[in-house]
Each structure stands twice: as C-alpha cells, then as structure tokens.
Design a protein around this ligand. Structure first.
Ligand code: 48H
Length: 251
C-alpha cells in the first residue's frame, strides 16, 4: 500500500471522467433513463458496435427494479423474457409455465453490470431538453441533477446523437418535452392496470415516435395510452431489446 498519493487519486478521477465526457459528446445513440428498458437497450446497442451513452438522473441506476412490487424485492417476468435474463446471466426460477421469478437486486445489478461494459454511463445527469434541426432530434441538453435540485441558475451543456431513446419510465420526460415544445407528438397518457394488455402493448408499440426519437419501456405506455402492468418486468426487457434492434435497422 506504499506510494498512494491523494493528488494522483484526484487527478485520475478528473482526467478519466472528462475523457469519458468528451468522448460522449458525439454518440450514435443517447439513452435517457437507466431503468430495465434503458439498460437492456444500452447493452444490445453497445454489443452491436453502436457508440452508446446513457444518462440517468439519479445516483443509482436500475429505475423501478429494486423495490419489486410494493417493496417486496422479487420481480416476475414472462417466458419470452427469460432469454434476456440468460444473456445477462441473471438467475430465475419457474413459478408456473407463464410466470418466472428473479431477485430484484440481482436483476438490477446484473443489468447495470453488463450495460456498463457496453455503453458509457453517466449517473446524476438530468436530461432537461432536446436539440432539433430540420424536424429531427439531433441531441440532448444535460445538466447535473444537483443543479436542478438546488435550483441554481446554471446553464446546461449539449450532446449529439444520431438517435435518442426515451426510456424514462412513467415520466416520459423527453417525449413530454418534445410534445410541449413542438406540438407534433401526442401524449395519450398511461392507463389503468391490465398486465397482459400492457405488456403486449408496450412491446408492440416500441417505436420511433418523432424523427430521431425512439421510446422503450413504460414511456411507450405514456405515449400510446396503454394500460400499466404492475411489477412484471418482461415487457420492459423485451422492449429494450426491440428498440436496440429498431435503431440498428435505421442508423
Ligand atoms: C435522466 C431520467 C429522467 C431525465 C427519468 O422507471 P424506469 O424503471 O423505466 P422503465 O420503463 O425501464 O421500467 C419501468 C418499470 O420500472 C416500471 O415502473 C413498471 C413496470 N411499472 C408498471 C406499473 O404499473 O407501475 O426507469 C426510468 C429511469 C429512472 O431511473 C429515472 O430516474 C430516469 O429514468 N429518468 N434520467 N434524465 N430527465 N427522467
């Protein structure tokens, strides 16, 4: 343990962080939100060679996974999503032929681990606006979450991307901004609970909703007016994989 130097530690952190930030100013894909759909999308896009950056406003990634249902930290997925759990090496057990159970902490940790190997991840960064040129999203406007929380008047910075994914869950943050500022994206609003219809709807409607802007996960329900599904996460995982495939076919 000899030779450790506080200033070298500080320099290493600052240098490597800003190296990552500068490198991420231009990405193929920028994902907003580090919940299940965003993490799966980040993994598959990175795996397929797309330069991918993910912004998460909170300290921890994982979104709504950690608490399972009502803080019972187990999550349910359907059979169609188990191949994604296998790909991420996440354990699960069969509850019956339609329902499989995984540990919420392992699911969150496993998704974060693999996604962070394939994409550049920034936590504590809030996406507060978009850049638009000629009717197409060309990037994001970002600021530290602490700036928003402390209500300081500090201007944001910008990053560019060929495609943006709104994976911000119930908030549908990016879509709401685009809807409000362009008037060209209708937000139908998430509906009542109907797990099966919600799951199918989210997967089927994972799509490009505005030129350059794609939706995955619960944001799909907010845009398309679909039912919610409660603590079943297979649709989120499959939607994340689908958006990655969709983007790969477009850029
Ligand atoms: C940066 C942001 C911003 C922003 C939000 O909520 P999530 O887990 O999202 P999904 O869609 O991958 O998964 C949804 C699932 O967790 C869920 O809530 C389900 C299945 N509910 C069903 C039901 O019936 O209730 O993650 C979204 C992430 C969060 O970590 C946010 O902090 C983050 O996006 N986020 N990050 N900039 N402007 N807005």
């Amino acid at each position: 343990m000899a030779g450790i130097d506080e200033i070298v530690i500080s320099k290493a952190i600052a240098e490597k962080y800003f190296e990552k930030l500068v490198d991420s100013l231009n990405s193929d894909v920028a994902i907003v939100g580090g919940g299940p759909s965003g993490l799966v999308a980040a993994y598959y896009l990175g795996l397929n060679g797309y330069k991918t950056t993910l912004f998460e406003k909170k300290l921890s990634l994982g979104g709504g996974i950690w608490g399972g249902g009502m803080m019972f930290n187990k999550v349910v997925v359907q059979k169609e999503a188990t191949e994604i759990l296998d790909e991420f090496n996440i354990a699960y057990e069969e509850y019956d032929e339609n329902h499989f159970v995984a540990d919420a902490v392992e699911l969150a940790g496993g998704l974060i681990h693999r996604a962070s190997r394939k994409a550049k991840i920034f936590n504590l960064v809030n996406v507060e606006d978009v850049m638009i040129r000629d009717g197409r999203i060309t990037g994001l406007v970002i600021n530290y979450t602490a700036v928003e929380m402390s209500n300081l008047h500090i201007d944001p910075i910008t990053v560019s991307a060929k495609a943006v994914v709104d994976a911000t869950g119930h908030d549908a943050s990016v879509c709401n901004i685009v809807s409000r500022k362009t008037g060209e994206l209708e937000m139908r609003g998430e509906k009542y609970m109907h797990a099966e219809a919600g799951e199918i709807g989210v997967i089927d409607n994972t799509s490009e909703v505005y030129p350059g802007l794609f939706v995955a996960g619960m944001t799909v329900a907010a845009v398309y007016g679909l039912p919610r599904m409660g603590p079943i996460f297979g649709g989120m995982l499959v939607s994340g994989k689908k958006v990655a495939e969709l983007i790969a076919s477009r850029i």
